[in-house]
Design a protein around this ligand. Structure first.
Ligand code: KIV
Length: 271
């Protein structure tokens, strides 16, 4: 990054404007201060504190167990590492689905206590009232359609969504509903590339894909997957840019060996 424009803090408006400018949006998840600092310094556009932290940080099988308090804890840490990227945090399961009033209170609390730039919520028609109300009171909303992991117990599988024509139409309709309700962008997860292209052409807000092909306005990955830290998870949409899991094991073994053989610490590392 060099120019003043590139250093400027990104806003939901600048992210929306990317669509018309034809400039792709690069997004990643982060769950801690150190990682957020590194991603921000690298020039990432959007950092999402995803409820995927339930899986990759807390070791749960699904995203369902994570709480509002835990999302707030991680988002506060991530926020301190960000100067430029747009910071979005996931609203966890049951924090926005019960009543609109409940959703407003929880989303408002997350915004007040974390300094996030916006929140992300999953689903279409059943949460449109929430998107509208939350947006109306000044909280930017990122939608999330396709494979919505908080509904995994209804889906019963993490397979690609939007294969059948009825579900394809539902995703297109939900995207339009989200846009009309005020969502500033929409994550499309694990749907066919041509469906993601249709949605992207239909709505005027940017789509951010994960396993949704190259036609989305941006892409997002879970940082642990990109870095090869989550080694057992290998869906085809993840490109591993590093093998940090293997690298960590190699270096920790080296450290153990050095300690056991009294090579660490040496004279220069002692007082
Ligand atoms: O929780 C998460 O990390 C997400 C992304 C995969 C989009 O929702």
């Amino acid at each position: 990054m060099t120019t003043g424009e590139e250093q400027k803090k990104l806003t939901t408006l600048s992210i929306r404007e990317r669509k018309n400018a034809g400039k792709k949006i690069a997004a990643l998840t982060a769950y801690d201060f150190t990682t957020a600092t590194l991603l921000d310094e690298s020039g990432i556009d959007v950092i999402l504190v995803g409820d995927s932290l339930s899986n990759v940080f807390q070791g749960n099988e699904t995203t369902l167990p994570v709480s509002v308090d835990e999302m707030i804890y991680h988002t506060r840490a991530v926020q301190k590492g960000i100067r430029r990227a747009l910071l979005i945090t996931d609203m966890p399961f049951l924090s926005y689905q019960v009543t609109v009033e409940d959703a407003v209170r929880n989303c408002g609390r997350v915004m007040k206590e974390t300094r996030a730039d916006g929140i992300k919520i999953e689903g279409g028609l059943p949460i449109i009232d929430v998107v509208k109300r939350v947006t109306d009171i000044g909280i930017p909303v990122m939608g999330h359609l396709g494979l919505t992991p908080q509904s995994i117990n209804v889906f019963g599988t993490y397979k690609v969504r939007g294969v059948q024509p009825e579900e394809q139409q539902k995703i297109i309709d939900d995207a339009t509903r989200l846009e009309d309700a005020g969502a500033f962008s929409i994550v499309l997860e694990k749907i066919p590339a041509d469906l993601a292209q249709k949605v992207t052409e239909k709505v005027s807000v940017p789509t951010i894909g994960i396993g949704a092909g190259p036609h989305c306005d941006g892409q997002i990955l879970v940082i642990n997957d990109l870095l090869g830290l989550n080694e057992h998870f290998r869906p085809r949409f993840v490109r591993r840019y590093a093998e940090l899991g293997e690298s960590i094991r190699t270096h920790v073994r080296q450290y153990i060996d050095d300690v056991r053989n009294i090579r660490f610490p040496d004279k220069d590392e002692s007082y």
